[in-house]
Design a protein around this ligand. Structure first.
Ligand SMILES: *Cc1c(COP(=O)(O)O)cnc(C)c1O
Length: 238
């Protein structure tokens, strides 16, 4: 924990909150609150717990193994006395859904029918309904998972009747170059799908924006920004 500073993380979160409210005032006409997710990869759970003191209550997890090793060390309640919300945001293999189904509040990275079917099957078996987002590969990059914009509607229509799944919106990681253009495309896609009012699907959450592009993402209608480096500092991979 030597490299992490309580004061610096507090200041980072303050700056991010300020930038987001400034961007909302400047660019947004809606009054949708922008949620700030703390992305926890490589950060020790004792440090992750600090963010709850600074008013955050949403964590983003990318790796199943890492999450399982940390989850029991997370505080059971945040500043408002409620438990933290935990969203899975990394690429998820179908055979790993069983390890997280009871411990996450949302899976943001649904990128195939097969994965959705497994989440649905296990959610029903565990007597729950899992909130999900569909991940869109808005830049069409080979290196990234996500459904292509051409295929998203057909995937959503297949997910709509599933009783163990509740689709709440879309998630994306745009290409780092020209991210503004792709954030704009994503906004357009999200609004088009919202206008279609597909039965059984709600389009209330648009998860986009990371440390380098969250202000632009807010400008383009994001409702959840996912921030790692900007909160905790740069990651030291070991
Ligand atoms: C790591 C990660 C983030 C956060 O990235 P930063 O640039 O560190 O803010 C957001 N979303 C996903 C899916 C990630 O894997």
């Amino acid at each position: 924990m030597d490299n992490y500073s309580f004061d610096r993380i507090r200041d980072n979160i303050r700056v991010i909150c300020g930038n987001i409210s400034e961007a909302c005032d400047k660019y947004r006409r809606d009054s949708v609150k922008v949620d700030i997710m703390a992305v926890t990869k490589t950060v020790p759970p004792e440090v992750v717990n600090w963010v709850f003191e600074f008013g955050l209550d949403l964590l983003g997890e990318n790796r199943v193994q890492e999450f399982l090793s940390k989850k029991d060390s997370y505080n059971k309640s945040t500043a408002d006395g409620k438990p933290p919300r935990i969203h899975f945001i990394g690429h998820l293999q179908t055979n790993k859904v069983k390890y997280i189904i009871d411990d996450v509040d949302m899976i943001q990275s649904v990128d195939s029918l097969r994965l959705a079917q497994e989440i649905n099957r296990l959610a029903i078996a565990h007597n729950k309904v899992m909130d999900v987002l569909c991940e869109v590969n808005i830049g069409g990059e080979d290196s990234k998972s996500g459904v292509s914009p051409d295929e998203i509607i057909s995937l959503l229509e297949q997910l709509a009747p599933m009783e163990g799944i509740r689709v709440k919106g879309l998630m994306t990681i745009p290409p780092p170059d020209n991210s503004d253009i792709f954030l704009g495309k994503m906004e357009e896609l999200f609004n088009n799908i919202k206008d279609k009012q597909i039965t059984g699907i709600s389009m209330e959450t648009l998860s986009m924006g990371m440390t380098h592009d969250y202000v632009n993402a807010v400008k383009h209608g994001s409702t959840v920004v996912r921030i790692g480096t900007g909160i905790f500092g740069s990651r030291n991979y070991v």
